[in-house]
Design a protein around this ligand. Sequence first.
Ligand SMILES: [Mn+2]
Length: 343
Amino acid sequence: MKKQKRLEKIADTVTRSESKNSALARLNGFWGVFCREDNVLVVISADPDALAGAMAVKRLLSYRVQSVTIASPNEIRRLSNMEMVSRLKIPIERLHNLKIGDYNKKVLLDSQPPHLPCFAKVNFDVVIDHHPVTEKWDASFIDIRADYGAVSSMMVEYLRAANIKPSVALATALFYGIKVDTQNFEKNSRLADAISLRYLFNIANRNLVRKFELTDLRRSELKYFKIALNDLKVSKGRAYVHLGRVRTPDVLVIIADFLNHVDQFDWVIVSGIHGDRLVVIFRCDGYRKNAGNLARKTFGKFGPAGGHQEAARAEVPLKKLELPENHEFTTYSLMRLATRYMK
Ligand SMILES: [Mn+2]
């Protein structure tokens, strides 16, 4: 069976192929769902593409409805996403803090009702998405184009059909949404995504986008650089450091990647304790070396370990290491564990 790429329902007319619906027909179908008295709830799973799409919906509906509220069931945790929300001042609520009954129109964006149990419970009036088409649900207006790389690309078409030039904030959000969902056009994307991105290029603030992309460190995590520089042990081109307890293993990756910039280091091995686990990050030049193999050989018998030629990771429950009582894990402990299988 051929995978359904599209599902469009405009004014009760359903099309399931690449339809001839124009951007203007879709826009009018979308607008046709709403009236002046509406209080609209836009539900998303908050990631950059969905956030940008929700901002676009809010813009499309301004002066046409009473109110538009954006809500997400998940807490925004990724630093770059938090950066986007705070710098673009995107008003977003947690879904569980709202009373669904307070809203007479509901929009689901960048997702479909079966994707989450809390979405399936809501009767949506509008669903706009770019994920593969799912079954057994309905809405008054549906626009699913699974061949698009981002919902933001679709929303740009709506805005252009409406003759609305996006503000810098909106354009920046949409630009970032397309970049993230297409992984800078290395992933699924089509010409339409490129056309939307090109349209936004001159309006968006690309310095701000760069700042979102760069942001992956909390100020409180700078201390790990100090530890890394103080405690680094180097032997035979191999750099080791144990960073102690970390709030998130992401910081181990950041430090390992940072040390991997240094010449003369063939291997970088960084560890930290997260919860009741020792997390070890491996980096190497990948030349006649294999980080994945080393991770498996050294830690595979204790817990999940593996990766690629140049990058790998192991997670070991501390109790499985059978460390002597009151043993404090140090950079030396890491060296001892990791060198057992090295020649
Ligand atoms: Mn998306």
